[in-house]
Design a protein around this ligand. Structure first.
Ligand SMILES: Cc1cc2nc3c(=O)[nH]c(=O)nc-3n(C[C@H](O)[C@H](O)[C@H](O)COP(=O)(O)OP(=O)(O)OC[C@H]3O[C@@H](n4cnc5c(N)ncnc54)[C@H](O)[C@@H]3O)c2cc1C
Length: 317
C-alpha cells in the first residue's frame, strides 16, 4: 500500500514544491542524492574510487516538456563526460530517456542520446540508459537497439517485474547488448508486471542466470542479499571471473554491502544522482522502503522544533 501511495505522490506538484522549499525535504534527500552540483557528485565518486568501487553519475531530471530542456539535459551530460576526463575518478554516466525528450518524439530523443553516447565514445567512457514506466519500455528499447547498432559503449536497464523482460533480455543478448538488471521502481498494473514480490524475485534470479550465461558483460543492480548471493553462485558455477560482470547499487543504500562486495573482490558500481530535481527520485526510494518515512518524519520534527526555538528566542529579544 505504501509503495502505491509514494509512487502516486511522485508527480504531485504541490508536495513537490512544499518539500523542495523546505529545508527538511532537502536534508532528507541528501541521504540518497550526492548534492545539487556536479562538483558534489564528483566528490562522491572520488570517495567511492578511494574505497575501491566505481560510480555512474545521474543528473536528476525526467519528463522534460520542451526541446530546449532536452537539449540542455544532453549538454549537461556532455560537460559531465568532459569533466570526468583526467579527474582520476572511475565513473560512467546514466540518464533517463524522458530527460532526453522521449515524450517529445523518438527521433529527437535518439539525437540527444546519440550526442551523449558519441561524446562518451570519444572519451572511452560508457553510458547507461535507465528504464522508466512500462508505457515507454518498447520505445526505449528500440532507441537502445538503434544506438547499439553504431556504438558499443551503451547499456540499458531492464526491470525484472515486467512479464516481457525475459524476451527483451534474450533479444538484447542477441544483438550483443549490455544489460543492467534491476527489479523495477514504478507503479505498474498486474496486466504488465508481477504483482507479488516473490514472483519478481524469482524472475530476477531467472534473468540473472540468462545474463550470466550469455558470455557478455552485464550488471546486476540490487541491494537484496538473496539476489546478490544467487548471482555469485551462478557466476561461480559458470566459472566466471569477478571481471566478467559487475554489481550496481544506489548511493546511500546498503553501504555495508557495497564494502563487503569490494572486499570480496567483486566489481561494484554505485549510481550517484545529483541535481535539483530530486523529488521524484526521493519518492521512489521512499516507496521501496517505507521505513525511510520514519527518518523523514524525524527530520521534519527536528526542523520544526529548531524553528520553534528560534522563534521563541526572537520573541524574547
Ligand atoms: C544501480 C541501480 C540502477 C537502477 N536503475 C533503475 C532503472 O533504470 N529503472 C528502474 O525502474 N529501477 C531502477 N533501479 C531501482 C530498482 O528497480 C529497485 O527499485 C531498487 O533497487 C530496490 O530493489 P532491490 O533490488 O534493492 O530489492 P528490494 O527487495 O526492494 O530491497 C532489498 C533490500 O535493500 C535495501 N533497500 C532497497 N531499497 C532501499 C531504499 N530505498 N532505502 C533503503 N534501503 C533500501 C533494504 O535493506 C531492502 O530490504 C535501479 C537500482 C539500482 C541499484
Amino acid at each position: 500500500m505504501w509503495r502505491t501511495i509514494f509512487l502516486a505522490l511522485a508527480p504531485n506538484e504541490t508536495l513537490r514544491r512544499l518539500l523542495i522549499r523546505s529545508g527538511f525535504g532537502k536534508q532528507f534527500a541528501s541521504r540518497f542524492v550526492a548534492g545539487e552540483t556536479i562538483g558534489e557528485a564528483m566528490s562522491a565518486a572520488a570517495e567511492l574510487t578511494r574505497r575501491g568501487a566505481a560510480a555512474e553519475l545521474d543528473y536528476l531530471g525526467e519528463h522534460v516538456t520542451n526541446e530546449a530542456q532536452a537539449a540542455q539535459a544532453a549538454s549537461t551530460y556532455l560537460d559531465m563526460l568532459d569533466r570526468i576526463v583526467g579527474a582520476g575518478v572511475e565513473t560512467q554516466v546514466s540518464f533517463k530517456p524522458s530527460q532526453m525528450g522521449l515524450e517529445l518524439g523518438d527521433d529527437l530523443c535518439y539525437d540527444n542520446c546519440e550526442r551523449v553516447v558519441e561524446r562518451a565514445a570519444q572519451h572511452n567512457n560508457f553510458v547507461w540508459m535507465d528504464m522508466e514506466g512500462s508505457d515507454s519500455t518498447e520505445r526505449t528499447i528500440q532507441i537502445y537497439k538503434k544506438l547499439r547498432a553504431s556504438y558499443d559503449n551503451v547499456g540499458i536497464a531492464i526491470q525484472a517485474y515486467l512479464y516481457r523482460s525475459k524476451a527483451d533480455v534474450e533479444a538484447l543478448i542477441a544483438i550483443g547488448g549490455t544489460v543492467r538488471l534491476c527489479k523495477g521502481a514504478y507503479n505498474e498494473g498486474a496486466d504488465v508486471a508481477f504483482p507479488h514480490k516473490r514472483d519478481v524475485d524469482n524472475n530476477f534470479k531467472r534473468l540473472t542466470e540468462v545474463l550470466l550465461s550469455s558470455g557478455h558483460y552485464h550488471a546486476i543492480a540490487s541491494h537484496d542479499e538473496k539476489m546478490l548471493n544467487h548471482a555469485i553462485e551462478i557466476a561461480s558455477a559458470r566459472g566466471l571471473s569477478n571481471e566478467a560482470f559487475e554489481f550496481q547499487m544506489l548511493y546511500g543504500i546498503r553501504r555495508d554491502l557495497q564494502a563487503k562486495l569490494v572486499r570480496d573482490g567483486h566489481r561494484v558500481r554505485v549510481y550517484i544522482p545529483y541535481g535539483e530535481q530530486w523529488y521524484p527520485y526521493l519518492m521512489r526510494r521512499l516507496a521501496e522502503r517505507p521505513a525511510n518515512l520514519l527518518f523523514l518524519l524525524k527530520a521534519v520534527i527536528t526542523e520544526m522544533r529548531a524553528k520553534k526555538r528560534m522563534g521563541l528566542k526572537g520573541a524574547s529579544r
